[in-house]
Write a protein that binds this ligand. Structure first.
Ligand SMILES: [Cu+2]
Length: 190
């Protein structure tokens, strides 16, 4: 009950207390001819630095251009970028922990109008790939266990099917037994 009351109190009062993105650099919709070196997201209140905050900058080539860990400074969350490469649209996806403990995620976009020094071809091979694969792994890890759970659940429900098999088997045996008995009976009659 206490937990329920607490949940209700936390659910109602701080509903307006989710962190809200109030600014960013680059800004949503920016057209830039010079690649930004960092991404900074500014929220209306402090972000919890629990090590779970994520920023990903996905380029037109699909690569992630964030380099190094996300840093939290009060209401600001910052991520350094490798020198951007191909021109086109970049999506800044973020997921941060609100002051009230709820995760907030969204994305903003900017467009690089001139190709940067970081060639697209260098994206996968350069040092930051050491950063990217762990992030890439984190996603499957959170997905795989869920899938495993579902598989386990399905196995659990599959566990009920053998009962059907037994019933069908029993019916089949009875039918065969009856058929044999009838044939034997007929053969005796003949
Ligand atoms: Cu909240």
């Amino acid at each position: 009950m206490l937990a329920l009351v607490l949940a209700l109190m936390l659910g109602t009062a701080p509903a307006s207390a989710h962190n809200v993105l109030i600014g960013s650099s680059p800004s949503d919709g920016d057209q830039l001819d010079t690649p930004p070196e960092t991404v900074t997201l500014t929220f209306d209140q402090p972000v919890q630095d629990a090590g779970t905050n994520e920023i990903a900058v996905t380029g037109p080539d699909g690569g992630n251009w964030v380099e190094g860990p996300v840093r939290v400074d009060g209401s600001d969350v910052t991520a350094a970028l490798r020198p951007l490469g191909p021109e086109g649209e970049y999506v800044i996806g973020f997921r941060v922990l609100s002051a009230d403990g709820h995760p907030v995620s969204d994305e903003i976009r900017f467009t690089l109008t001139e190709p940067g020094p970081g060639a697209a071809g260098q994206t996968p091979g350069t040092a930051p790939t050491g950063e990217s694969p762990p992030q890439a792994r984190e996603v499957p890890e959170s997905v795989v266990p869920d899938g495993a759970d579902e598989a386990a659940d399905q196995d659990g429900s599959d566990g009920g099917i053998p009962v059907w098999v037994w019933v069908i088997g029993a019916v089949a045996l009875l039918t065969i037994g009856l058929a044999v008995a009838l044939r034997m009976g007929r053969s005796h009659e003949e």
